[in-house]
Design a protein around this ligand. Structure first.
Ligand SMILES: C=C(O[C@@H]1C=C(C(=O)O)C=C[C@H]1O)C(=O)O
Length: 182
């Protein structure tokens, strides 16, 4: 198992998701990252020369393997599970885990299965129908040394997928100078 999956998958699985209002992140340095409604990949591109995605794993999982809240957001279909690390200039910034129901992988969206190392956000957010909802956030550590994660549902052509993103220690979200750019 890769270092990322071993270290970060359990953290994401145990995340205690809360609404952004509950955590009151609006107006903080982290807010613009965690609340980004558009593509996170595009936002990251502004902070590096080379933005890349490393595919760690992709496989189909049965609907019974989903958590109850994931099933409530995605429905009863089996899902394609995609795990990646997003990197800026080779530095790991985000561990992301996406669930794409088989019922989403139909028609124009069949290509989502073949993304490989192309960022999901580049594909989804070029579609005019793309939107994001059900955004929740979690601090997986403490206030002094936060480790942020967020989970949201993306829709393309009214078909859902669920993306959980864990912002790793070296991500620009934690750099003081990001304040200048937001
Ligand atoms: C969903 C987006 O795509 C990013 C890319 C991902 C991938 O390629 O699997 C996963 C999560 C995202 O952070 C985005 O850019 O907002």
């Amino acid at each position: 198992m890769s270092k990322f999956k071993q270290l970060y998958k359990p953290l994401l699985d145990d995340a205690r998701w809360q609404s952004p209002q509950e955590i009151a992140i609006e107006g903080t340095a982290f807010g613009p990252w965690l609340l980004e409604p558009d593509s996170l990949s595009r936002r990251f591109q502004r902070y590096c020369e080379h933005f890349t995605v490393t595919l760690l794993e992709q496989r189909v999982i049965e609907n019974q393997q989903l958590q109850p809240d994931e099933r409530a957001l995605l429905g009863e279909a089996d899902c394609l599970l995609r795990k990646v690390v997003l990197k800026g200039d080779g530095v790991p910034w985000v561990f992301a885990r996406t669930l794409i129901p088989q019922s989403t992988l139909t028609g124009q969206e069949q290509d989502l299965e073949q993304l490989g190392e192309m960022p999901l956000g580049f594909r989804v957010f070029t579609d005019r129908s793309a939107r994001r909802d059900a955004l929740v956030v979690a601090n997986l550590r403490d206030d002094k040394h936060p480790l942020w994660a967020r989970r949201s549902r993306l829709w393309v052509n009214d078909k859902p997928m669920l993306v959980a993103e864990l912002f790793l220690e070296q991500a620009p979200i934690y750099a003081k100078e990001t304040l200048r750019w937001n």
